[in-house]
Design a protein around this ligand. Structure first.
Ligand SMILES: NC(=O)c1ccc[n+]([C@@H]2O[C@H](COP(=O)([O-])OP(=O)(O)OC[C@H]3O[C@@H](n4cnc5c(N)ncnc54)[C@H](OP(=O)(O)O)[C@@H]3O)[C@@H](O)[C@H]2O)c1
Length: 434
């Protein structure tokens, strides 16, 4: 029988001690989302999802409508037909609003009477302005984005004073990764600090997504732009720059995913975790499947000049050329996703967290919806915050956020030693499954 067990370790703090383990094989009901009872005054909030006709926005809209059927969801986008199709999936209280995020007048109009805007209308890479955040602040509307670009995220942060003055709570990088992974990192750091006086030494993010993870050609091509960016990492407090898609490590993502090769990438959570949580050594690696996609990406960094990889239209042409092959491979390989966060401390202890789901396109929406719920529940202070900041997601709200985001996962564990999560626990006789 499918089982979901919550282990509470009495030796460490209540929130820190959570260790979820979900049984993979027979878990048939992974799509079921448990309803959330929002406080009365926000139960019927109007939530605008920009990019709501896309993969992340559509999935977020669906997840939110399942978490809280009483929310009034507005799907924002440029395409009426796609909007109408999305609205039919969301039930009676949903509507479509035609809006272009680069047209400040239409944005302003759409934001009227909206309580929370969720910005998923990427790409964020190379976007010159934070138009949606600006409009949200002007309208005093709470804000969440799923940005995955370092420059954009820090630009969003620079609106701190305006958001404070307008009393607007805002979170940037609040998706799955970055997003849930930042909260996992924050919780590991908190566990380490609570359990011992040891110094924090190193935090490493490892991500795995099979195939394109369901990304369309535009977003896929912007992901390739990362291959043209030097990787920023931190070593003993010093900022270092490394070659993209280098530094391969073979990482065990535990049950359901197994061991996967991961490579360095420039991701926003590296800098924010270093600066916010004060971890001296931080890096992020990413890997995909099948293995030849990793080879292809590594080859691109060697064969193509960085300027070409940073040129959106050139990369888009390249991706479009390979798109039929990408789709064919996606059909076979699926879209499993996994995040592993490792924290090393000076007492020699390593604590890890793992979050794995069979479908990125589903999990990213559930994760983003979990952030949206936290904002609606009042867990976010006015200002612009990263997920790991206590003003972004209050410390006491992190456990709830993680358990909501983890709905449907095939494996979710926190604050474990690495040997406890090896791919096949039966081999080492560790009884996390009863
Ligand atoms: N943080 C995370 O965990 C995470 C994970 C995955 C992806 N992401 C990011 O999320 C973003 C969305 O990814 P996706 O896969 O959902 O992309 P997608 O399927 O292409 O969706 C993008 C949506 O944005 C809309 N859009 C684009 N430009 C717009 C504009 N100017 N005005 C209004 N709507 C606009 C598009 O609608 P129309 O073109 O029809 O108007 C589309 O519905 C990307 O930037 C991606 O990098 C973040």
């Amino acid at each position: 029988m499918a089982r979901f067990c919550l282990q509470l370790n009495a030796g460490i703090g209540r929130n820190l001690a959570m260790a979820f383990a979900a049984d993979t094989g027979e878990r048939k009901n992974s799509r079921k989302i448990e309803r959330v009872e929002l406080p009365e005054k926000v139960r019927n909030s109007r939530v605008l999802i920009l990019g709501g006709t896309g993969r992340v926005g559509g999935s977020t809209a669906l997840a939110l409508s399942k978490f809280c059927p009483d929310l009034r969801i507005i799907v924002g986008g440029r395409n009426r037909d796609k909007g109408a199709a999305m609205v039919t999936k969301l039930g009676n209280s949903a509507e479509f609003s035609e809006v272009d995020i680069n047209d400040s007048k239409s944005l302003q109009e759409t934001l009227k009477d909206v309580d929370l805007v969720i910005h998923t209308a990427g790409p964020f890479q190379q976007a010159e302005k934070c138009t949606v955040l600006e409009a949200a602040i002007r309208n005093q509307t709470a804000y969440l984005d799923v940005c995955d670009d370092t420059s954009y995220a820090w630009r969003a942060k620079s609106y701190m004073n305006q958001a404070l003055d307008a009393n607007v709570p805002a979170i940037t990088t609040g998706g799955i990764y970055p997003g849930v992974s930042n909260v996992m990192a924050a919780e590991l750091v908190r566990a380490a600090k609570t359990e011992s006086k040891a110094e924090l030494e190193r935090l490493r993010f490892y991500y795995y997504t099979a195939g394109s993870g369901g990304a369309g050609p535009t977003i896929l091509s912007t992901s390739f732009l990362l291959l043209g960016e030097e990787v920023v990492a931190y070593n003993k407090g010093e900022k270092i720059k490394l070659k993209p898609y280098s530094g391969m490590l073979n990482i065990d993502f535990g049950q359901g995913i197994g061991k996967q090769d991961c490579f360095l990438l420039n991701l926003p959570e590296v800098r924010s975790i270093h600066e916010v949580l004060g971890v001296p050594t931080v890096s992020a690696r990413f890997g995909t499947a099948p293995f030849f996609w990793n080879w292809g990406m590594a080859a691109m960094t060697y064969l193509l000049p960085a300027e070409t990889l940073r040129d959106r239209s050139k990369v888009q042409q390249l991706v479009q050329l390979f798109d039929p092959l990408v789709r064919a491979v996606d059909g076979v390989i699926g879209e499993k996703v996994s995040m592993r966060v490792d924290l090393d401390c000076s007492d020699g202890k390593t604590r890890i967290g793992i979050f794995s789901h069979k479908r990125l396109s589903e999990s990213v929406g559930i994760s983003t919806a979990a952030f949206a719920l936290a904002i609606l529940e009042g867990s976010t202070q006015p200002g612009v915050w990263f997920p790991e900041e206590p003003e972004g997601i209050a410390i006491e709200a992190r456990e709830t956020l993680l358990s909501r985001a983890a709905q449907g996962t095939i494996n979710f564990i926190m604050n474990k030693a690495p040997w406890m999560v090896e791919t096949d626990p039966k081999e080492i006789g560790f009884g996390i499954y009863s």
